[in-house]
Structure formats: structure tokens, C-alpha cells
Design a protein around this ligand. Structure first.
Ligand code: SF4
Ligand code: SF4
Length: 437
């Protein structure tokens, strides 16, 4: 097993991974799905269907609109009943979406060709397959995977890290995927290594997932170029830059990418989806989601179709409790609070958390009293306190001197701040202001 290094800062929030022993259940086909044209980082996709069109499951319904863009596929068979702006769970405002009423028949579009013997195809061909399948990073950021796998010609990628750290509390979707689909994850890893011509691959798992670790120990025993890396449980271990530091002791430069230090990091779900796309011709239209928290009657891990509404998922999980107070899409550290249950699951949705009044903290915050705790936990070695104070006072130019664009929005600062300052929201807002200029 791999020797490890450490990264600066980080926190240890309680695990709360109570769904880790809940096997993945497939959610029945919903009555309708709402599929937003923005599901990835980059340019929104362009619709290819019109009102009244009949579509099949796995059929392309929107095309990529540039290099940093991916197509979108229908997650059900049925009829397009609306194309209109619909509340988006990440952007927080309406975004053009394709609404499909399901016929309940599960009619699937079959691709003309699959690539079971992938090594007979060129890396360029396989990258095109991955783009055509609409694959994005499933760890949350939803960055188009074909772009990640297409570094500039002079860049050599020698290490692939498959990220199964799943360091956010509550989330167990990746854990279940690794336990139930370990072979597919490894096959996806090998496809990525072949595409990148990388000599070494790692599957990185935090040590709070012992059953998954035992499974992968056995699998990598037969894979001379793939190692298992068991990481100490420490948030945000699963962040790309921290993972690279811990595994390879390489530092991604400020404003740089993992490729600048010869590494590609992909989530375990992404590796699984790549295997499905390449060998089975299955486009990315469903994913595993953890549904958890005291505000939902029956927490589960579910395989769910992209576009399924949270309200339908809540019903499938026995309904919400009377004292439901907040719904978060994603994990509690980096997730996004929702204002409505009528928002759809996206390709990047890893969890839906239902919290009661007792679970959430009073949002009232106070002046910074310079305790320095946020500085000690910031894994990017920033000064969150200074950023918070300057941004609060609208002094963005002065805040820039403290590198807000390097913030990975992990939430460690806000988690540890005794004054409960909304540091991450402030930095996120400042980033949008800086990027506008
Ligand atoms: S400033 Fe950003 S990177 Fe640093 S702890 Fe806060 S959220 Fe994380
Ligand atoms: S943890 Fe909060 S109170 Fe302490 S220095 Fe940072 S922002 Fe200020």
C-alpha cells in the first residue's frame, strides 16, 4: 500500500455516515423528469428536441455547445411536454430545461457500436466516446471529463488518482458504489490509464470505509499498475489538490490544475460511468445519490435518473418529517441549501440531505474576534478572516491580495469559526464579482 504525506489544515466533522450499510436501491421511473441544459461547468448544452417529440431513454436530447460542454441524454422514455425555465438547484434561479413525461415503458436507445475491446481504439476515439456520453466529474464539480482527459500535448500525465475518499459527512453513495460495482470502477480506471498513457493508478479511500477497502485490496492484488491508498479520515481529503499532496507530495500551483503536476484525478463514479459508456454504450443519465438526515423518514442510497425531482425522491424515501427545516443538495460542508423540493437531480448530485430544526445552527453571526482558528484549518493556507472582513465591507480589491480565487470552498473556516461568520458564502460572492470584471 502507498506511503502517505499530509496536507495543511482540515477538520474532523462527525462522520454521520449512517447510510453506509444501505445497499443501492433503484428508484422506480418517475412520472416526469426535468432536465436542465446546465448540468456541467462550461457552456450550456443546446436542445435537440421540440415540444411533442417522443424520446427514448439514453437518447441524446441536447448537444454540446463547445469544447467545455457535453451533450445531455434523456433519462426516461416518453414525450417532451415542455421546454422552459425551471428552478435550478445549484444556480438558484430558473434555467432552460427539458420536461419529459415518462411513458413508464423503459424503451432504451441502443447505440450502433460499443467499445468492449477499448485498447483496440485510439485514446482520441475513446475521449470522443466519453464526450458523446455526456460524462462529467461526478464528485460534485461536474467538469466535463473529456476536457480533463485532453491535456496540452507537452504535458505528461504519469499518475491517475481515482477518488473514493468521500470525505463529506453523511454521504455514502461512493462507498456503496465501490462495494457493489468495484470491478466496473477498476475497469474504468484502466480505461483512463490507457487514454492518458499513465503508468500508475491509485484508488484512494478513507479509512472509515473498511468494507470497500477490503474489496479493493483483493482487486488491486491482480493489478500491478494500480495501488490502493488508504487515507486517514480527514476533511477535505477528497479535494483534488489535497489528494495529490497526500498521495504524491506534489503541490498544484496557485491557479494551476492537477495536470500541471502530471496528475489526473477522477471520482469513482466517473470511472464507473466511463466503463459503462465505453463498454456498454450507456450515456450518463443516472447516478447514485445518498438521501439522509433526520428530516427524511427512510434514508437510502438510490440509483436515480437525472431530472428526477427531489419531491419524488422524498416520497420514495417515506416522506419528510414534520420538523423538516432545511434541504441541502450535496454534503453538509459544501452542499447548497434548497428553497424548493421541486428541483431536479443533476449529474453532479451526490447527496440530498434533509435536516430538522435541531440539526441546523442559528445563522446569526458576529464580528471577527481574530481567534485565528480559520487560518489554522484552511487547507489552502489562506487568511479566511481577512477575506471575510474585506468582502463584508465591499473592499474586493483589497480582498484580492488574499487570493480568494484559490479558495476551494471546502467550508472548514466557517465550520470552525466561533463567530459563525458566513465566510464561504462571502468568498463565493467575491469570486463572482472578480470573475465579472
Ligand atoms: S477559505 Fe476557502 S479553502 Fe480556506 S477553509 Fe475557507 S472555504 Fe476552505
Ligand atoms: S475563526 Fe472566525 S472569529 Fe476566528 S479569526 Fe476566523 S473569522 Fe475571525
Amino acid at each position: 500500500m502507498k506511503n502517505l504525506f499530509t496536507f495543511y489544515g482540515g477538520v474532523h466533522p462527525p462522520d454521520q455516515k449512517n447510510t453506509s450499510n444501505h445497499p443501492i436501491e433503484e428508484m422506480p421511473i418517475p412520472e416526469k423528469v426535468v432536465i436542465p441544459l446546465i448540468q456541467h461547468t462550461g457552456i450550456p448544452s443546446k436542445p435537440l428536441v421540440s415540444l411533442g417529440d417522443t424520446v427514448l431513454e439514453n437518447q441524446k436530447i441536447a448537444e454540446a455547445a463547445g469544447h467545455i460542454s457535453v451533450p445531455i441524454h434523456s433519462s426516461v422514455s416518453g414525450k417532451v411536454t415542455d421546454i422552459r425555465a425551471f428552478l435550478h438547484p445549484v444556480i438558484g434561479k430558473p434555467v432552460e430545461s427539458i420536461v419529459i413525461e415518462c411513458d413508464g415503458k423503459h424503451r432504451v436507445f441502443k447505440p450502433e457500436k460499443t467499445h468492449v475491446d477499448y485498447y483496440r481504439y485510439s485514446p482520441k476515439d475513446l475521449i470522443q466516446v466519453i464526450k458523446d456520453a455526456g460524462i462529467v466529474g461526478l464528485g460534485g464539480a461536474a467538469f466535463p471529463t473529456h476536457v480533463k482527459l485532453s491535456p496540452p500535448k507537452d504535458v505528461i500525465i504519469n499518475n491517475i488518482i481515482i477518488n473514493g475518499a468521500e470525505c463529506e459527512p453523511f454521504l455514502t453513495a461512493d462507498d456503496r458504489l465501490m462495494r457493489e460495482y468495484s470491478k466496473e470502477v477498476i475497469e474504468g480506471t484502466k480505461i483512463i490509464m490507457y487514454i492518458m498513457d499513465a503508468m500508475k493508478g491509485f484508488v484512494a479511500i478513507e479509512d472509515n470505509k473498511q468494507p470497500a477497502i477490503e474489496i479493493f485490496k483483493k482487486i488491486v492484488f491482480n493489478e500491478p499498475n494500480i495501488d490502493l491508498a488508504v487515507l486517514p479520515t480527514h476533511y477535505p481529503q477528497g479535494a483534488e489538490k489535497q489528494l495529490i499532496k497526500v498521495l504524491l507530495n506534489r503541490e498544484v500551483p496557485s491557479g494551476g490544475l492537477p495536470l500541471h503536476v502530471g496528475v489526473v484525478v477522477d471520482n469513482v463514479g466517473t470511472a464507473y460511468s466511463i466503463n459503462r459508456a465505453v463498454k456498454e454504450g450507456e450515456n450518463l443519465y443516472n447516478r447514485i445519490v445518498t438521501v439522509a438526515g433526520n428530516g427524511i423518514e427512510t434514508p437510502k442510497n438510490i440509483k436515480v435518473r437525472v431530472g428526477t425531482l427531489i419531491s419524488d425522491i422524498a416520497k420514495f424515501c417515506g416522506g419528510t418529517t414534520k420538523d423538516l427545516a432545511q434541504v441541502i443538495m450535496g454534503g453538509p460542508m459544501m452542499g447548497i441549501a434548497q428553497t424548493s423540493l421541486d428541483v431536479p437531480v443533476l449529474k453532479g448530485t451526490s447527496g440530498i440531505l434533509f435536516f430538522t430544526k435541531n440539526d441546523i445552527i442559528d445563522r446569526q453571526y458576529f464580528d471577527c474576534f481574530r481567534c485565528g482558528k480559520c487560518i489554522r484549518v484552511c487547507p489552502m493556507e489562506l487568511f479566511p478572516n481577512a477575506l471575510s472582513i474585506y468582502i463584508e465591507n465591499g473592499r474586493i480589491d483589497e480582498a484580492k491580495a488574499f487570493h480568494p480565487l484559490d479558495c476551494i470552498e471546502c467550508g472548514c473556516c466557517a465550520y470552525t469559526c466561533p463567530a459563525q461568520r458566513p465566510i464561504v458564502q462571502q468568498i463565493k460572492w467575491a469570486k463572482t464579482q472578480i470573475n465579472k470584471k
